[in-house]
Design a protein around this ligand. Sequence first.
Ligand code: SF4
Length: 388
Amino acid sequence: MPDSTGFGRLRDSALQPIAEKVRAGVRLEPADGVALYATSDLLGLGALADFANQRQNGDRVFFSANQHINPTNVCVLRNTCVFCSFARMPKEDGAYTRSLEEVYAEAEQARGMPTREFHIVGGLHPKLRLSYYTDMFRGLKARHPGVHIKALTAVEIAHLARIEKLSIRQVLEELKSSGLSTLPGGGAEVFSTAVRATIAERKLTGAEWIAVHREAHALGIPTNCTMLYGHVETPEDRVEHLTMLRDLQDDTHGFLTYIPLAYHPDHNQLGEELGRVGSATTGYEDLKNVAVARLYFDNIDHIKTHWPMVTPFMSQLALAFGCDDVEGTVVYERVYHEAGARTDMHMPYGRLVELIRGAGKQPVERDSLYQPIRESFDDMVEEPLAAV
Ligand code: SF4
C-alpha cells in the first residue's frame, strides 16, 4: 500500500482511511472501530495509536504509588457473574470479610512507602451497610490524611443504594463527605445486553453503570472506566461499549483514564464452559485493545495498562502501542490472582520507573487526579515491603 499518511506501509488497506482521519485529528466512527479490531496489521495499528498518544502525551508515561485493599470477597452475585474468580458465598471456603481494624492494619503498609492512593473494591456483601464504608474512609483519612481514596465500583454503589433504600446520589454524597474522592472503573465488563446475559446476568445494566458514573461526575467525583475483553464479546460489542463511554465523556468530561481489562479464565465457571482454563488473552489481543482505545477515545486523556493482568512485559510493550499510564505499585492484588494471574502482587516503585524507562519513555509519578508529583528519579531509594 503506498504511504500517503506518513505512517509508513500499512499492510491492511482498511487502515488507510482511518490513518487519514487520525492524522487529521478527525473522530473515528463505530465502523472504524470495528475495522481496527478486525485488522491483523498489529504494527500498523500500533503506529497509528502511538502517533495519537505522542500527540497527546509525548513521551511521558504516568504511574502512581497505590495500594489495593479488598475488604471482602463475599458477594451476592457470586453465582451469576460467571467470569469472576474472586467472589465467595458467605460460608464458602475462602470467604473473608475484614473488620475495620483489619483494614486499618493492612493500610499500615502505606507507612514507610510512597503510597498516595488506596484503591478499595470488593464484593457485594449482603450485610455490610453504607456505614461500614463511611467509617472505613473516615478512619483511613484520620490515619493517612495524605492518601487519596479511590473506592467502590458502580456496582458496589448501586448495591449500597439498594440495601439502604437511598438514591445513587445520596450514597455518593455520603461517601464523598466521608473521604472518597474518585471511583475506580470496574464492573463495566461489556455493556451489550446479550453479553451481560451470558456472563453477568444479574449485574446492573450498561445504562445503569453509565448512570452511576454520570451522577458521580455531576457531584465532582472523577472516575475511571474499563472494559473486560477476551471472553464472548464481538468486535461490535466492544465498539458499542467504547461508544457509550465516549458519549458520556462528551457530556461530563469526568473520566480520568480508560483501562482495558483482560479476562482471566482460571477458577471460574465461564473459563470452564469456554474450555479456556489455563489460557488467558494473547499478547496480540492485549496490545490491540490498548491501541484501539487510544484511537477511539479522542476525549479521554489517558489509556492505562494493568500489569497484574497482562504481565509487566506486555505493559511495557503497550507503551509503544498508544498507552501512557501504567497501573501502580498495587502491593496486594487479589482479584486477578484468584483468576490465575501469575504476575507478582506488588510492583516496587523503582521497578515501575525502570519498566517505563526501559521502553524509552519518561516516567512521571502522578497523583490520583493526574497531577505530576515527581519527574526526576536519579536519587531514587527503593522502599521496603514489610510483612503484614
Ligand atoms: S464480578 Fe463483582 S459483582 Fe460479580 S461476583 Fe465478582 S465481585 Fe461480585
